[in-house]
Design a binder for this molecule. Structure first.
Ligand code: UT7
Length: 322
């Protein structure tokens, strides 16, 4: 049986409001807030990369839990913005934390990354392959966004969140699901060399590009259905779920999902208004914020669902015991 036994987050110090973008693209604070809900986001410093944020989130996890992480035997970093393609970010984290005898791998599933990471960690721990697994969602998206593209650069922020998964005497993970529409791969991508996906021309300039309207429609059209399927798979109803934590891509997407489900918005933690879209870090940030504000607490049943580039999604229902 596997459990989430510790949790931590980190956001860089620099707060950037919407007026920052008005200086170099045709946009304004009112448009950004009304279309996305975003008021501020954090920018990492020059020379501060994904593995640096990941290490700080793990430090927060250690400080808040008192856990010894020297015997962690696997690190999974979920990211869309690795320090570099090779070595992977997990092995940078291993080195910086000085953890010995530890396997390292990155999960590359965009905004669904953190939940995919939890699924893999659960499999590792439950099967006995590994005993102590760190799952870290970490992003420095502001380093790979296109500052000339007003439809995307206003969305992103940098952050990290970390969870420790260990064996325990009860099962915290109740149900999982996932799925992919690879046919929509060209709607959200970052390419360094290839200039087409699915036969559709793309820009290989090494920056995030998205067809926001298409991703928006896909998310709003599919995620509520996937949440219902997951709840059913767990043998539960929505009334049994204390909190739903969807990926914080856009407040309007969250509101549309909640409306479709007829679920109370006050039980849907979000991180997008304060931190922007932080991809694989958005769900841990929303959970941490909710916990700080007296929301999610020990004993709650929490449904998380990440979705994005792929297009892919991953969901999990977890008994929150920390
Ligand atoms: O995290 C991974 C998954 N990603 C997502 O889930 C993102 C999904 N998509 C979205 O969040 C939204 O589609 C956006 C926030 C990206 C865009 O919002 P929208 O309501 O879908 O706007 P739109 O693309 O339909 O554009 C509406 C108008 C357009 O002008 P016209 O064609 O109506 O004249 C855009 O050119 O808004 C214009 N526009 C802007 N105006 C001011 C687009 N970006 C901006 C901007 N400032 N930054």
């Amino acid at each position: 049986m596997s459990q989430i036994t510790a949790f931590g987050t980190y956001v860089p110090e620099r707060i950037v409001d919407n007026h920052y973008f008005e200086e170099f693209i045709d946009t304004n604070d009112e448009w950004i807030i009304s279309r996305t809900g975003i008021k501020t986001r954090r920018f990492s410093k020059d020379g501060e990369y994904t593995s640096d944020l990941a290490v700080k989130a793990v430090n927060d996890l250690v400080e808040s839990s008192g856990k010894d992480i020297s015997d962690v035997d696997f690190i999974i970093v979920c990211t869309t913005s690795p320090d570099q393609p090779m070595p992977n970010s997990a092995s940078r984290v291993q080195y910086k934390l000085g953890i010995q005898n530890c396997g390292c791998n990155d999960v590359y599933a965009a905004c669904a990354g953190f939940v995919y990471g939890l699924q893999i960690a659960h499999g590792f721990v439950n099967s006995g392959i590994y005993r102590k697994v760190l799952v870290i969602g970490s992003e420095t998206l502001t380093k790979i966004m296109d500052l000339e593209d007003r439809t995307s650069c206003i969305l992103f922020g940098d952050a990290a969140g970390a969870a420790l998964i260990e064996p325990g005497d009860s099962e915290h993970f109740i149900a999982f699901n996932s799925g992919t529409n690879g046919d929509l791969g060209h709607d959200l991508y970052l390419s360094h060399k290839k200039n087409s996906i699915n036969g559709v021309g793309i820009n290989p300039h090494g920056k995030i590009v998205q067809n926001g309207r298409s991703v928006f429609k896909w998310a709003v059209g599919n995620i509520p259905k996937k949440i219902r399927e997951l709840v059913e798979k767990a043998g539960m109803t929505l009334d049994d779920i204390d909190y739903i934590v969807p990926h914080s891509a856009n407040l309007r997407i969250i509101e549309a999902i909640v409306k479709d489900l007829d679920y109370p918005m006050e039980r849907v933690p979000e991180s997008v208004t304060e931190f922007g879209n932080t991809s694989s870090a958005s769900i841990p940030l929303a959970i941490a914020k909710s916990k700080r504000n007296g929301g999610i607490k020990k004993g709650d049943t929490v449904l998380m669902i990440g979705f994005g580039g792929g297009l892919t999604f991953a969901g999990a229902i977890v008994k929150w015991e920390i």
